[in-house]
Design a protein around this ligand. Structure first.
Ligand SMILES: O=P(O)(O)OC[C@H]1O[C@H](O)[C@H](O)[C@@H](O)[C@@H]1O
Length: 568
């Protein structure tokens, strides 16, 4: 364990701690009255409007945060990331998801080698393959076109592609391109997820894409073996070659599984799982569904933000500003959660994706040098589309704990609806809430206001809103593939900025390993008990009792069953 200077020992950190006392003396109601402050806390980039005037911050706070960024050497760390240095030091890897969406002529080096040509080699292969499948040039074992795709993967090999798919599903151009096709995602090892995913699908017209960076993830591999069985029991084992393809960094294991290496789409260990949606992980299933040209627009949107993040000064740099403000909220104001609230049903899978990007990246206990941290990192991310969330958990956000909110709105709906006799269009109705909620949180409602409204005395405290609750608003011009790419990259880089300031490694995830290895011990026990009747040993009293109860109550499961697939 090396020793290193922690950011909390720096002068800018200490200054921010002192500055909290100044901010405590202010209320957002007053801060919002300062028009020049608000003006300076709004910016536009590539069609996106960012308004962070409802943060509990002044221009002075921002300056102190920029000093903190300097002390944390954030610019240097961004450069090291883009230069392909091995900033993921515990795995000895570079972190180059930006190369996945770089233009064909860009140069991004990893170990002195420009990786952009290999990125485009795979993209070209995806374009070619997806066009062949979509046009019916590539057919299944019985000669039928493959119109349905099941993508098997979990975590980073699932959440990002699901978010993008869900966001595109209702977009006009994407709808046209996807006509007659279905894309489904099988993630959970729960057989119910298998049942749901194969329901209504015919193996003859289905292509299965196995997506796994390592090709060893227990859930994904069992699901892959299950769908291999589903295909071969219906069409014969030789059908697997036509009906199963793979995305992985481990092409050797892909071949051992029985998938033709020609039908494997590579990516590289410099792509972290949760940062892999722009690799074949997302690009292959999405291109099969929507065609490569749409996915290329998504990559371009992400690339535009990459260039902005790399080159814009911090005062006008969207991911940097967002990252610094999150650090301010978490480490100085003590707000440990963040709500992601898109006012667009198309973004319903955005919060679950960002949950992994953020929490798996920044939920760490030690510095990048292995020094235990005296401050907490990461935040608890959750969210639902507005207005649904308003009728669910917003009560707590308005009158309970303070949770900084990200409001994400879209100017032009993907699916406008107008009714002749209504006051506003349906999208305007949605957006009325998008504009109102941040002010409700910021201003609140005072007892004096309530008294003026003649509210009964015994209800005044119940109806009082303290306000002073921070939020920020992001307004996108529309929600097409390009905008979806922009949004993704903004959040990816914001998380990196937070990690750079906290001085942690945002690109490893050792915290997921312990549970996996304990599950292996349980798996061995279940096998031994079911097949050989062995008693449950080697666990504490609680776990032993739970497992024994489970085994006894399911003793009717045959010890050597023949293959059984869901019947639904
Ligand atoms: O893509 P795979 O190798 O199958 O990994 C799938 C997921 O599982 C791991 O446990 C990690 O928590 C995730 O970061 C990863 O995305």
């Amino acid at each position: 364990m090396a020793s290193s200077t922690l950011i909390c020992d720096s002068e800018p950190w200490k200054e921010l701690r002192v500055h909290v006392e100044d901010i405590k003396k202010t209320h957002l109601r007053d801060l919002m009255n300062d028009t020049s402050r608000c003006h300076s806390m709004m910016m536009e980039f590539d069609g996106i409007l960012l308004d962070y005037s409802r943060q509990r911050a002044t221009t002075g706070t921002l300056n102190k945060l920029f000093n903190l960024a300097e002390a944390a050497r954030v610019k240097e760390k961004i450069n090291r990331m883009f230069n392909g240095e091995r900033i993921n030091s515990t795995e000895n890897r570079s972190v180059l998801h930006v190369a996945l969406r770089a233009p064909r002529d860009a140069v991004i080096n990893s170990d002195g080698k420009n990786v952009v040509p290999e990125v485009w080699q795979v993209l070209d292969k995806i374009r070619d393959f997806s066009e062949r499948v979509r046009s019916g040039a590539w057919v299944g074992a019985t000669g039928k076109a493959l119109k349905d795709v099941v993508a098997i993967g979990i975590g980073g090999s699932f959440l990002g592609p699901l978010f993008v798919h869900t966001a595109l599903q209702t977009e006009a151009e994407a709808i046209e391109c996807a006509r007659g096709r279905q894309l489904r995602f099988l993630a959970n090892v729960d057989p119910i997820d298998i049942a749901r995913n194969i329901t209504g699908l015919n193996p003859e017209t289905t292509l299965v894409v196995v997506v796994s960076k390592t090709f060893t993830t227990a859930e994904t591999m069992l699901n892959a073996r299950t769908l291999r069985e589903w295909i071969s029991s219906a069409l014969g084992p030789q059908a697997v070659a036509k009906h199963m393809v793979a995305v992985s960094t481990n092409l050797k294991l892909v071949e051992q599984f029985g998938i033709d290496p020609n039908n494997a789409f590579a990516f590289w260990d410099w792509v972290g799982g949760r940062y892999s949606v722009c690799s074949a992980v997302g690009v292959l299933p999405l291109s099969l569904q929507y065609g490569f040209p749409i996915v290329e627009k998504f990559l371009k949107g992400a690339s535009s933000v990459d260039q902005h993040f790399y080159s814009a000064p911090f005062e006008k740099n969207v991911p940097v500003l967002l990252g610094l403000l999150s650090v301010w909220n978490v480490s100085f104001l003590g707000y440990s959660a963040r709500a992601i609230l898109p006012y667009s049903q198309a973004l319903e899978k955005f919060a679950p994706h960002i949950q992994q990007v953020s929490m798996e990246s920044n939920g760490k206990g030690v510095s990048i040098d292995g020094v235990p941290l005296p401050y907490e990192t990461g935040e608890i991310d959750f969210g639902e589309p507005g207005t649904n969330g308003q009728h669910s958990f917003y009560q707590l956000i308005h009158q309970g704990r303070v949770i900084p909110c990200d409001f994400i709105g879209v100017v032009k709906s993907q699916q406008p609806v107008y009714l002749k006799d209504e006051v506003v269009s349906n999208h305007d109705e949605l957006m009325s809430n998008f504009f109102a909620q941040p002010d409700a949180l910021a201003y609140g409602k005072t007892p004096e206001q309530l008294q003026k409204e003649n509210v009964a005395e015994h209800l005044v405290s119940h109806k009082t809103f303290s306000g002073n609750r921070p939020s920020l608003s992001i307004l996108l011009p529309s929600l097409n593939a390009y905008n979806i790419g922009q949004l993704l990259a903004i959040y990816e880089h914001r998380v990196a900025v937070q990690g750079f300031v906290w001085g942690i490694n945002s690109f490893d995830q050792w915290g997921v390993e312990l549970g996996k290895s304990l599950a292996s011990q349980v798996r061995r026990q279940l096998h031994a008990s079911r097949k050989k009747g062995e008693s449950v040993e080697g666990f504490n009293f609680s776990t032993k009792t739970l497992i024994t109860t489970y085994l006894e109550a399911s003793a009717d499961v045959p010890s050597d069953p023949s293959t059984l697939l869901p019947k639904i």
